[in-house]
Write a protein that binds this ligand. Structure first.
Ligand SMILES: [Mg+2]
Length: 113
């Protein structure tokens, strides 16, 4: 069975988001908190997009979410996870890469033998 790898357009979008986030927040602090925040936003987008019409009488109509919002939040979740993989979070020393100057090395899946 062929296992499908991620679409290039998906990887490109995540890479662009990693670059944007690194430009905006270059110091890499609070990456775990940022990841959890993005997971919360993804959850909200998925739940709200799946709700029926707003029948409340609130003064402020609730924000409408759609699939684009879900995709955007999922990309942000993936980008924060990649930053943790590559940079670690200074508040969690065990997450820090041993040699940040050399980058990814042998993180690939184990070969089937
Ligand atoms: Mg977000």
């Amino acid at each position: 069975m062929e296992i499908k790898v991620p679409e290039p357009i998906t990887i490109d979008a995540i890479s662009a988001e990693v670059a944007r986030a690194r430009h905006k927040f270059p110091n890499g602090k609070y990456l775990l908190a940022a990841l959890v925040e993005e997971v919360g936003e993804l959850s909200q987008a998925m739940m709200e997009a799946s709700r029926g019409p707003d029948v409340s009488h609130a003064r402020q109509p609730r924000k409408r979410y759609d699939r684009d919002d879900i995709i955007m939040e999922a990309i942000q979740v993936a980008a924060m996870a990649i930053r943790i993989i590559e940079e670690g979070d200074p508040d969690f020393p065990a997450s820090l890469p041993p040699r940040p100057d050399i980058g990814p090395t042998d993180w690939g899946p184990e070969e089937d033998t």
